[in-house]
Ligand binder design. Structure first.
Ligand code: DAH
Length: 366
């Protein structure tokens, strides 16, 4: 090539030659050969033109240099694009078996379900039955039979989502019941504010001994924040039989907390008040963050409040037709989210319900 004069016509001729060759090349090997033919370092056709620049005058060099470089760029760009397209168009079966495989996303159990299964297993091993119950309740089971009559101040502790129409009467509009305002309240339907309502349903249906765990959703008129969601989940525990004492309650809670949080976990009962238990106790576990020595998580007390409990109130036993002279019992209720937050160090309850994979993927697959 070097013996040909380096003129605009020569550059143009090579451009035409390249375009014709390119039009005929489709597969990657042909394109690679073209790259050698035109851009090869030693004997590439475009390379030869570039070498020819050396023998020109400075003015010619400037003018022809620009033209040859433009051609070189055109050839490079066309070949790069062609090779990429050829790569994409590889026929099925032309698989590079040396490439690593693609990860298949593995599903995993939601952290709340994981904790729920653990709690259920702990109590199944201790001989409890596990059952759910209706989320739409009536006033009688959610409040009244639990020793909270219509005007009882304890009802203010739970901001209730009322559905309005009574269950008996359904959704057919106005429903008036004989007996005045109290009777009207008793007939109201609502979303259960706690799983304690199932204590009543179960005891009304079955005779002692009773040993049950009731997991399930509950609803309150709460705004979303770090520790509240209008729907959350609870476990209710209820044991009734002859000779059941507060010691049984404490032993049971200790067994549960050690199975959940580890063998070193300590449990303490603090006097409290619930209308459906007497005596009532708030239960704390030793802090998971510091092991009980005091840290930010437990506000330097070493303890974290985890559940409410107590000995079933005689009025509740009477309301379901049990004889409080013959049987006694204990009950407890705890929040599933609260347990999961403590167990996994989660500081915002809303994370459990946002279905953000970045959060969920941090829990190990099953
Ligand atoms: N129902 C209570 C709540 O929702 C929790 C509770 C406290 C349940 C004491 C019980 C109990 O069975 O005995 O906060």
């Amino acid at each position: 090539m070097t013996d040909q004069p380096l003129t605009p016509a020569a550059v143009d001729a090579l451009r035409q030659q390249f375009r014709a060759s390119l039009a005929a090349a489709t597969a990657a090997p042909q394109l690679t050969a073209l790259k050698d033919e035109f851009l090869g370092r030693k004997s590439g056709l475009v390379t030869a033109l570039l070498k020819g620049l050396g023998s020109l005058t400075p003015d010619q060099k400037r003018e022809m240099g620009a033209q040859v470089n433009a051609l070189k760029q055109e050839v490079e760009a066309a070949l790069t694009e062609g090779l990429a397209a050829a790569q994409d168009a590889r026929p099925v079966g032309a698989v590079d078996v040396t490439l690593p495989g693609r990860d298949l996303p593995a599903g995993r159990i939601h952290p709340l379900m994981r904790v729920r299964q653990q709690v259920e297993d702990i109590f199944l091993r201790m001989g409890y039955e596990i059952l759910e119950g209706p989320e739409v309740e009536d006033d009688f089971h959610n409040f009244e039979a639990l020793n909270m009559p219509p005007d009882h101040p304890a009802r203010d502790m739970q901001d209730t989502l009322y559905l309005g129409a009574p269950i008996v009467g359904g959704i057919w509009g106005q429903h008036r019941v004989p007996g005045g305002p109290d009777a009207q309240v008793r007939a109201a339907t609502l979303l259960r504010t706690h799983t304690s309502a199932m204590q009543i349903r179960y005891m009304k249906t079955f005779t002692p001994p009773v040993r049950i765990i009731v997991p399930g959703r509950v609803y309150r008129r709460d705004d979303l924040d770090l520790s509240h969601t209008p729907m959350f989940q609870q476990f209710e525990g209820l044991v009734v039989g002859e000779g059941i004492t507060l010691t049984d309650l404490k032993g049971t809670l200790e067994a549960m907390m050690r199975a959940l949080f580890g063998g070193e976990t300590k449990v303490r009962l603090r006097p409290s008040f619930f209308p459906y238990t007497e005596p009532s106790a708030e239960v704390d576990v030793s802090c998971q963050g510091c092991g009980g020595t005091g840290c930010g998580t437990c506000k330097h007390t070493g303890w974290l409040e985890i559940l409410g409990s107590g000995m079933v109130h005689p009025a509740v036993l009477e309301a379901v037709g049990y004889d409080p002279e013959k049987v006694t019992g204990f009950a407890f209720g705890l929040g599933l989210e609260r347990v999961a937050m403590l167990k996994y160090g989660v500081d915002d309850i809303r994370l459990f319900y946002e279905n953000d994979l970045r959060f969920l993927e941090q829990f190990p697959p099953l």
